[in-house]
Design a binder for this molecule. Structure first.
Ligand code: GDP
Ligand code: IMO
Ligand code: MG
Length: 429
C-alpha cells in the first residue's frame, strides 16, 4: 500500500498534525479532504512550534500540499495563515500549494450565523469554533455556495448572490440582523480573489497525475470520528464526515486510493465543546492530565475536557473508519500516575453495552465500566524505541491494542517531531 490516510479516532486533537508532519517527509503529497479552519494541528520541530488550521501539515516540510474539494475554505483565513507561516520561514508558492477550484467558500455571513446561533442557543450551544463551518456546509448542500472557481467570474455572480442572500436575509431577519451587504461582500471577494486563484486548480487532475507517477499520497483528516456528522455524538458534532471514507470523495480520487488507514489515538481522552463524554474526569487527576498535556484548544484557546482512555469509542471508531493501525500519542502525559483506568464497556439502565449507542440521551447517560492497571513512575517522555518504555507502559499499550482490536503502529512520546516510536511503517504495510 503506497498511500496513508490519517484520521482522528476520538474527539479531535489526538496529535494528527504531529504524526502527519512526521510521515510527510516520506510522502509526495499531503491532502486535506474535509473540515476547514476549525482544525488546529500543532507541529513542533527542533523547538519551533507551527500551528496549522487550513494548510495541510506537509507544508512545513515542503511536501506538495493540497486542499481538496471536501474542505470549506475561508479565503481570508487562508491568506492570514500563509502569511503567518511565511513569517516563520516556510516557503509557500503555487508549486507546493494547490487548492481545489470546486471548494465552497466560508464567507463572513457564515461566521455571523455561526455566532448568532450559538448565542441564541445559550446553555444548549454546541460550542463550535465560531468559524462558520456549519453554515458553509449547509450552503454547499443547499446548492447556493460560492466556490473558489466563482472567484474568476465575479462579474457574473449576481444570480448566485440572489440565491445566497435570499436565504441568509431570511435567517438574519430572524435574529434581528440587517440583510447581507452585497456590495461589501462583492468588494471583499474582489480584493481576495487573486490571492486564492493563484493556487486554484482541478485538484482531482493533479492527484491523478501524482498517482500515475506512483507517488505516495498522505491524506490528513481533521477533527475525529466522534465529531463525524453521521457517526459522532450528534448534534454535538462538526458538519462534515470525518471518517476515512471521506478522503476519496473530498479530494477526487477513488476509494481504492486511500490506502493504509492510520487512526490517531490519544493515550487518554479529551474533548472541546459541549456534548457527552462518558469517561470525563472532573477531579484532580483530570486537572493534572490537562495541565501536563497542555490541553488548551489550538484554535480557540478553550480548555479541553479530559478523561480516561475509552476503549469502547476507539474500538467503534476503528471499525467505522476501517483503521489498519493506530498511532498512540501523549503516553508521556500519563507518566507518574499510581494507576491508570481504561473504560471497557458501559452500563445503562442495568444493561451492559460494548458499543456507544446512537441516541443522544443514552450517550449522555451511559456509565463507564473501568479496568484499573498499575501506572508507571518512570518517564516515557522523548522515548524513541519501544524497548525504552517502562514495563507497565508497555502493558498499557498492549492492553489498549487488545481492547480496540487494532494494532499499534506508532507511539508518540512528546510534541517533538522525532520523539516517535515506529513499530509498523504505514507506508510499507
Ligand atoms: P491535532 O488537532 O490532532 O493535530 O492535535 P493538536 O495539535 O490540536 O493537539 C495535540 C497537542 O499535543 C499539540 O499541542 C501537540 O504538540 C501535542 N502532542 C502531540 N503528540 C504528543 C505527545 O506524544 N506527547 C505530548 N506531551 N504532546 C504531544
Ligand atoms: P482538530 O482537527 C477538536 C469541535 C468544536 C465543537 C464541534 C463543532 O484540531 O482535531 P465546528 O466549529 O466544527 O462547527 O464545531 O466540533 N471541533 C473540534 N474539536 N478538534 C478539532 O479539530 C475540532 N474542530 C471542531 O469544538 O464541539
Ligand atoms: Mg487540534
Amino acid at each position: 500500500m503506497a498511500n496513508v490516510t490519517v484520521i482522528g479516532a476520538q474527539w479531535g486533537d489526538e496529535g494528527k498534525g504531529k504524526i502527519v508532519d512526521w510521515l510527510a517527509s516520506r510522502a509526495d503529497a499531503v491532502v486535506r479532504f474535509q473540515g476547514g479552519h476549525n482544525a488546529g494541528h500543532t507541529l513542533v520541530i527542533d523547538g519551533t512550534t507551527y500551528k496549522l488550521s487550513l494548510l495541510p501539515s506537509g507544508i512545513v516540510s515542503g511536501t506538495l500540499s493540497i486542499i481538496g474539494n471536501g474542505v470549506v475554505l475561508d479565503p481570508w483565513a487562508l491568506k492570514a495563515e500563509v502569511e503567518k507561516l511565511e513569517g516563520q520561514g516556510v516557503r509557500i508558492t503555487a508549486d507546493n500549494l494547490a487548492v481545489a477550484d470546486n471548494c465552497p467558500l466560508i464567507l463572513p455571513i457564515h461566521r455571523d450565523l455561526d455566532g448568532l446561533r450559538e448565542t441564541a442557543a445559550g446553555s444548549g450551544k454546541i460550542g463550535t469554533t465560531g468559524r462558520g463551518i456549519g453554515p458553509a456546509y449547509e450552503d454547499k448542500v443547499g446548492r447556493r455556495a460560492i466556490r473558489v472557481c466563482d472567484l474568476a467570474h465575479l462579474d457574473d455572480l449576481e444570480p448566485q448572490l440572489d440565491r445566497l442572500c435570499a436565504h441568509h436575509d431570511a435567517l438574519r431577519a430572524g435574529f434581528d440582523q440587517p440583510p447581507v451587504d452585497r456590495e461589501q461582500l462583492l468588494s471583499e471577494l474582489r480584493e481576495i480573489a487573486g490571492f486564492v486563484l493563484q493556487y486554484a486548480q482541478p485538484v482531482w487532475k493533479r492527484l491523478k497525475k501524482v498517482r500515475k507517477a506512483g507517488a505516495k499520497i498522505l491524506f490528513e483528516g481533521a477533527q475525529g470520528v466522534l465529531l463525524d456528522i453521521d457517526h459522532g455524538t450528534y448534534p454535538f458534532v462538526t458538519s462534515s464526515n470525518t471518517v476515512s471514507g471521506t478522503a476519496a470523495a473530498g479530494s477526487g480520487l477513488g476509494p481504492n486510493s486511500t490506502g493504509y488507514v492510520l487512526g490517531i489515538v490519544k493515550a487518554y481522552t479529551t474533548r472541546v465543546g459541549s456534548g457527552p463524554f462518558p469517561t470525563e474526569l472532573e477531579d484532580d487527576i483530570g486537572q493534572r492530565l490537562g495541565e501536563r498535556g497542555h490541553e488548551f484548544g489550538t484554535v480557540t484557546g478553550r480548555q479541553r475536557r479530559v478523561g480516561w482512555f475509552d476503549a469502547v469509542i476507539v474500538r467503534q471508531s476503528c471499525a467505522i473508519s476501517g483503521v489498519t493501525g493506530i498511532a498512540l500519542t501523549k503516553i508521556d502525559v500519563l507518566d507518574g500516575l499510581d494507576e491508570v483506568k481504561i473504560c471497557t464497556g458501559y452500563r445503562l439502565r442495568s444493561n451492559v453495552y460494548d458499543y456507544f449507542p446512537s441516541h443522544a440521551a443514552d450517550q449522555a447517560a451511559v456509565e463507564p465500566i473501568y479496568e484499573t492497571m498499575d501506572g508507571w513512575s518512570e518517564s516515557t517522555a522523548g522515548a524513541r524505541s519501544f524497548a525504552d518504555l517502562p514495563a507497565n507502559a508497555v502493558k498499557y499499550v498492549q492492553r489498549i491494542q487488545e481492547l480496540i482490536e487494532t494494532p499499534v503502529a506508532l507511539v508518540s512520546t512528546s510534541p517533538e517531531r522525532d520523539d516517535t516510536i515506529l513499530m509498523r511503517d504505514p507506508f510499507m504495510d
